[in-house]
Design a protein around this ligand. Structure first.
Ligand code: MD3
Ligand code: FE
Length: 203
């Protein structure tokens, strides 16, 4: 089956409500073993500031930051290997991106009431020709999209639970961030807040 045409803004392909409520609950359920093996933690930026977003990863590599810098590592900070990426998550990648290659990282970001993510580029991967795919679950979030250089104009949209965004081509190196979430706007996560999953080809 062919995927319906997404809305495209600045090269970001936005699939509103790609996942119905039962698929959203299924994904949340599939994350339980991931979060049990590899609990969310608060990363520390290279400047020594704890991030407001809590994170963990699944897959062969997990994105990590501490005072030594941004990088991908093969173990959770506890020392355990990252758990495998749940199949229902990989299936979304195959449906919307490619079946030539699977992502090696599923970064799990958790936003509580006050969390946000400043404008940044994702540049720690080896090959920017592969897209990045993002899945939103839970509370709505204000997603800001910029240009490939810092200081360019930006445009924002609300991402809701079940929305999927594919960043390929020029959008792959565009600045982007999350200004804030609307805490309590969704009941998909039992404790509220927002989970964003990003699938990345790392090596
Ligand atoms: C554009 N996450 O994890 S998802 C991130 O909602 C990140 O948690 C945000 O930015 C979130 O790095 C935004 C959309 C997104 C993710 C990765 C991208 C946009 C991207 C990589 C390259 C370009
Ligand atoms: Fe990012």
């Amino acid at each position: 089956m062919q995927a319906p045409t997404p809305i495209t803004i600045r090269g970001f392909q936005i699939y509103k409500n790609w996942l119905d409520p039962s698929a959203q609950s299924g994904l949340v359920e599939s994350l339980r073993p991931v979060l049990k093996t590899a609990p969310l933690y608060r990363p520390v930026t290279p400047r020594g500031k704890p991030m407001s977003v809590r994170m963990t990863s699944a897959g062969d590599y997990g994105w990590f930051t501490d005072k030594a810098g941004y990088r991908y590592i093969e173990h959770h900070p506890s020392g355990v290997p990252w758990p495998p990426i749940p199949q229902p998550i990989l299936d979304i990648w195959t449906a919307l991106c490619t079946d030539e290659r699977l992502p090696e990282c599923c970064l799990v970001n958790y936003y509580d009431e006050n969390a946000k993510l400043g404008l940044h580029q994702d540049k720690d991967e080896a090959d920017f020709s592969w897209p990045v795919l993002s899945i939103s679950l839970g509370d709505e979030a204000r997603f800001r999209m910029g240009e490939t250089t810092r200081g360019g104009s930006t445009e924002s949209i609300w991402l809701g639970s079940g929305d999927v965004v594919v960043m390929g081509g020029a959008a792959r190196l565009a600045y982007h961030g999350i200004d804030r979430i609307r805490f309590g706007s969704s009941r998909v996560l039992p404790k509220g807040g927002r989970i964003n999953l990003t699938l990345r080809v790392v090596i």
